[in-house]
Ligand binder design. Structure first.
Ligand SMILES: C[S@@+](CC[C@H](N)C(=O)[O-])C[C@H]1O[C@@H](n2cnc3c(N)ncnc32)[C@H](O)[C@@H]1O
Length: 321
């Protein structure tokens, strides 16, 4: 997946003149903090250089994950067309760009971001996003959210890992209270990210939310550790992205996990593909999470005619109707 051209150009302008060695050093520190899920009371991104490293190395990947999750939401809710969004832990505005790409009718956005350095780049980039009214709010989301009215779409992308379990629970409850239609939470596609999403999912179901995606049911997740539910999106790496990571390959695969819930009844698909389909001559192997709450490995053979033809077109993450 590529960044929208306006975002890509805006990022390139911001990064122009930042020495690649400095970016690489800052990217390495950032990556270490994310991998270790460091919680030392400081934001991971607390300087302009760290925010620049985020733009170069993480924004393309988090954009790809959030945009992909939104696409899956539209497949289940084709009539959902939000006008307003609230994004918490907005960083450089990643979810705003993904949402305005997915739902061009969004005209007002409220972006809550605690790190001044992130907010600064987010505000700069968002001038090009084509959303009429954008309010940026600093401070800790836990305290700031009481100021805001509910919004059609509420997003929380790659934030839960930075919070204690109690803070995660409190934030998810507040965000649901501020959702008039759909709440989308995205996390890294690691076992720990999946467990955080499961915890949020359980709390939201208890609060009366309807699951939009990825689960085609509201029963307990049928997967058990060491297995975990996640998806992946291929991300193009720009020249500066490669330099900042010391990488030569022009792409990377971003693993992510998400949950989207709605206030409205949802027509769940029959199943969802929860692993890369394996194609062999005359057959396709699909790992499916099913609407009855279970999962199965399904072998579809050429003998099944149209079912086989459809199965061959399915990708990891797709809904099966
Ligand atoms: C990994 S970044 C994700 C940024 C963006 N959502 C994305 O997907 O690219 C997490 C962001 O959440 C912000 N954040 C974490 N805890 C916060 C809090 N309690 N209040 C406000 N912002 C917070 C951090 O400063 C950081 O910018």
């Amino acid at each position: 997946m590529e960044l929208p051209p306006a975002l890509r150009d805006a990022v390139n302008r911001v990064l122009e003149g930042v020495p690649a060695e400095d970016l690489a050093r800052a990217a390495a520190v950032l990556s270490q903090r994310y991998r270790a899920e460091t919680r030392d009371g400081r934001y991971h991104v607390s300087s302009d250089l760290a925010a620049s490293a985020y733009l170069a190395t993480r924004l393309p990947a988090t954009f790809a994950a959030v945009r992909a999750a939104m696409e899956f939401v539209t497949e289940v809710q084709p009539k959902f067309s939000p006008k307003s969004m609230l994004d918490v832990g907005a960083g450089p505005g990643t979810a705003l760009w993904a949402a305005s790409d997915c739902w061009p009718d969004i005209s007002t956005a409220t972006m809550v971001e605690g790190s001044a350095a992130m907010r600064n780049w987010g505000e700069t980039l968002a001038r090009e996003a084509g959303v009429a009214e954008i309010v940026w709010q600093g401070g800790n989301a836990a305290a700031e959210l009481s100021k805001f009215a509910p919004h059609d779409l509420v997003t929380l992308a790659y934030v839960l890992s930075e919070l204690s379990t109690d803070a995660q629970d409190a934030l998810v409850a507040k965000l649901w209270a501020l959702t008039t239609d759909t709440l989308l939470i995205v996390e890294p596609g690691t076992p720990a990210g999946w467990l955080r999403i499961l915890r949020a999912r359980d709390a939201l179901i208890r609060a009366g939310a309807n699951i939009v995606a990825p689960c085609p049911h509201a029963s307990a997740c049928p997967l058990t550790s060491p297995d975990w539910c996640h998806f992946a999106r291929r991300v193009s790496r720009s020249r500066i992205h490669r330099l900042a990571k010391g990488a030569e390959v022009p792409w990377e695969d971003e693993k992510y996990i998400y949950v989207a819930v709605s206030r409205h009844a949802v027509e769940a698909p029959q199943a969802r593909v929860i692993a890369p389909p394996q194609q062999a001559s005359g057959q396709v192997m699909l790992k499916l999470c099913q609407s009855d709450g279970g999962y199965m490995d399904r072998r579809v053979t050429r003998r099944e005619g149209d079912t086989y033809k459809s199965a061959r077109r399915l990708a990891w993450g797709d809904a099966v109707r």
